[in-house]
Each structure stands twice: as C-alpha cells, then as structure tokens.
Design a protein around this ligand. Sequence first.
Ligand code: GLU
Length: 297
Amino acid sequence: MSNQTSYIGRFAPSPTGPLHAGSLVAAMASYLDAKANHGRWLLRMEDVDEARTAAGAAESILADLSTLGMHWDGEVVFQSQRTALYEAAFDRLGRLAYPCGCTRREIVDSRICVAADGAAVYPGTCRSGLPVGKPARAYRLRVPDPGHVDELIIFDDRWLGRVQQHLAIEVGDFVLKRADGFWAYQLAVVVDDADQGVTHVVRGADLLDSTARQIYLQHQLKLPTPHYLHVPVITNADGEKLSKQNGAQAIDLKQPLHALSKAAWFLGLDIGQVDSVAAFWPLATTAWANLDLSRHG
Ligand code: GLU
C-alpha cells in the first residue's frame, strides 16, 4: 500500500457477550492490517441494537483486548450515542427511503426469492405507497430495478478478489430503520465508517453479503468507499459461524498467548515460538505483512 500514513482501520464488535475465538480472529486481522500499514486502529462498539446488547459486555471486550495486548487509538465510540448522526443521514436520503408495513412473515410468504444470507428478498410490496390500512413498521432504501446499471455492485475484496452482487435480485429494498425503532446495522456502519474516516474495513466474511448494500448506501449519501478485506470465519461442527448465539466460549484470558496463537494459525500466519504477548505482536505484524493476499481470490 503506498499511502501508508493515511490508513484508518477499525474493529467494530457488537457487545452481545465477551470476546470469543471467532471475534478475536476479526479483531486480530483488523489490528494487524492497521499495524502493518502504520495506520490507526479505532474501536467502535456496535450497540445500536440495544435489545441485543449485554450488560457489561463492552467493558469486558475492552478489558480482553487490553489483556491480549491490542491497544486502540483514540476514544472508543458507542453507536448508541450516535443516533442523531443516523437520523441526519436518513433524512438526507429523502424519497429514496420509504415506509414499509410488511411483517417478516408476509415477506417470507411472498417467496419471491431467498437472498444469499438466507433472508427473503423484499418483494417491493410497499414501494409505491403503504397499502391502505397498513401502518408503517420499518423504513427501507429503494434499490434500482433489475437491469439498471447501478443495481450491480462490484468491488475488489483484498482477500477474496472480485465480488459482485445484484442488489435488486439478491437483496431487494433493504431496511434502514427497523420495526422495533432501532437504526439498522447497514445505515449505522456506513455513517460511522465515513464519520470516523475509516479507509480500510477488515472483518469476517459473514459480513461479505452486506458490503454491496453498504457501498450502495455510500453512493447515495455521497460518502467515500473504504477498501474491504473479509477474512474467513471460524465455524462450529455444523458449519455455522461461531457466535455468542450458538454458545461460543469466551476466550481464556489466563492463557492469552494460547488464544493469540490459535487465531494467528487460523489466519495462516506463521509465527513460530513466542514466549510473551509483547513478543507476539511484532512477529505477527511481519507475518501479516508478508501474507500473499492475492492467493485467496
Ligand atoms: N458489529 C459487527 C459484528 O460484530 C461487525 C460490523 C463490521 O465490522 O462492519 O459482527
């Protein structure tokens, strides 16, 4: 990367529980990429979905990162304190955003298509106005019709190579403000990445499917598009992403080096023997810098 001083990366955990082996991989990849590029590494707590936020989880993630020797730059940002920014961005979208009265069940029953992430593609029921007698539940962003030039989003992922998604066919008009009143992840993450000047997003491949939506939203809000790198995610025996929801164990912080070594191994980093957390990071940074990312594509 040529312009090394302008790199701003971030780790953006949802504080639904303590750090686990899966979230450590995303944290480590984003941290090493920032360090290898002499950049800043910001920390953002994605607690916009207050219903899923667990008491004490943000504090424990911060403590865990410190124990693991991962030090963030600047103040930690909490999405729950930034709703005015999301509201302002939403307002800027004007008529591209529209109220939707459909329930989840109604969308699934319409069976137009199933998106890559298993969700139903929105059939566009409320696109031209709420059906009579239906109250607004959520707000959606209008995406271009199938065949429209802006409907196909293409980007080059630094790990996976060229990725493309047809928004109209594979996603449909997507939610910006949820039926429970919370701002949707897609809107919050786009607003925050731009507001924090993030130039490089490094995160788990479970979010790959969201990236085209985020790029489209950046275009509509006239915000820059960062570089993206999606690392593989750890799965359980059923092939599901390891997550707090399916019982991922918190990292054993009595053995921080063991947790770090496992995450590094998962990322394909060859570090050799190290005897301290302090010794681990410079070696891991060099190993990351030497990774041939193009071989994954
Ligand atoms: N908060 C998301 C998560 O924990 C990550 C969002 C992102 O990196 O864009 O899965």
